[in-house]
Design a protein around this ligand. Structure first.
Ligand SMILES: Nc1nc2c(c(=O)[nH]1)N[C@H]1C(S)=C(S)[C@@H](COP(=O)(O)O)O[C@H]1N2
Ligand SMILES: [Mo]
Length: 325
């Protein structure tokens, strides 16, 4: 068994909030002071939330899907990030996102092959949905991993409410497009960031999107999502490489054909549409057999489907996972 079963009532957010949350407050203050200083000079200045203003989300049930592996400390989860809209260094998002990326106002547009389409303010979009805590492994294609306690809702519930038609075979997600907020969206010239066709887009097949593991997260560690982790709402697909877990979603589109996705467009031979974690299929430039858990010294074996094979292997029955990588 790779997933320890627990009853929903066994874990409360209060139990998983580590002492480090409190201990690291000083560092948050320093970080947000830095971000604020940078913001004064930047275009698109706003009253976006600094780290210490993130709201607690209250008590919520845990999940049978949660792992009981050691959590990656909040400090690591919020300072070692991939969020290319803010730059390609791991500390760019924590330096630049708080103070720039606002939690409100936020609109999610639902469109395409569905009955209940439209533009929804964040509060309306979330209305009637019950938050859960899900402690998931996150495996980046770069060979590192974390264990993160997310707070969110099953994507399946949002999809049911959207009433997709029978032609809806895929769901496409787009990050907000706002070059005033995201420095890389206004990159010009020969830089790598300028070569990205913004906004960042991702997609799932409908059955992947409806799988009970697939989460729309609005928080982590029991508080609203820090901007650098994709505030105010992002996808979490724990059996796929991290790049599928698109941040700061502004648009959800139902369609009949496989969506174009950012990394696949950039390097189709390196990043496929499926991107299931698979220790047997190497990235062209590095092995995927092992990974380094952030905060640990020794590498560990990478698990098929990131250890979620019991939940998702059926989705790919009969598919050649070397071809559909
Ligand atoms: N919009 C957007 N979403 C994104 C990315 C990005 O650059 N832009 N990076 C992805 C990658 S490569 C990873 S590993 C995860 C990292 O999530 P985290 O920083 O919250 O750990 O976000 C994913 N979602
Ligand atoms: Mo990643």
């Amino acid at each position: 068994m790779l997933i320890k079963r627990r009853r929903a009532s066994d874990v409360r957010p209060s139990e998983i909030t580590p002492e480090s949350l409190y201990r690291d407050r000083r560092r948050f203050l320093r970080t947000s002071a830095l971000a604020a200083a940078g913001t004064l000079l930047a275009p698109g200045w706003s009253m976006a939330k600094p780290m210490e203003a993130l709201e607690p989300l209250g008590e919520m049930p845990g999940s049978d899907f949660s792992t009981d592996e050691a959590l990656t400390p909040y400090e690591e989860v919020t300072t070692y990030n991939n969020f290319y809209e803010f730059g390609s260094s791991k500390d760019d998002p924590m330096r630049l996102a708080p103070g720039r990326l606002e939690h409100r106002p936020w609109t999610v547009t639902v469109s395409g092959e569905a009955g209940n389409t439209g533009e929804f303010g964040f509060e309306d979009f979330m209305r009637g949905l019950t938050l859960e805590e899900r402690i998931y492994r996150l495996r980046c294609v770069e060979g590192w991993s974390m264990v993160i306690p997310w707070n969110g809702v099953p994507l399946a519930e949002v999809i049911r409410r959207a009433q997709p038609t029978s032609r809806a075979k895929y769901v496409k997600f787009s990050t907000k497009y706002d070059p005033q907020v995201f420095p890389a969206q206004r990159a010009r010239g020969m830089s790598f960031l300028a070569s990205i066709d913004w906004p960042y887009t991702e997609g799932l097949r409908m059955d992947e999107a409806m799988n009970p593991l697939t989460l729309l997260a609005v928080g982590l560690y029991g508080k609203e999502l820090p901007s650098q982790n994709g505030a105010p709402i992002r996808l979490v697909v724990p059996w796929k490489y991290g790049f599928k877990s698109i941040k700061s979603i502004a648009h959800i589109h139902f369609q009949e054909t496989e969506p174009e996705t950012t990394w696949n467009l950039l390097a189709p031979n390196e990043y496929g549409f499926y991107a299931n974690v698979n220790p047997n299929v190497n990235h062209p430039r590095w092995s995927q057999a092992r990974e380094r858990r952030i905060g640990e010294f020794f590498k560990q074996d990478t698990l098929m489907f990131n250890g979620y094979q019991e939940e998702v292997a059926d989705l790919y029955a009969g598919m050649d996972l070397r071809k559909y990588y």
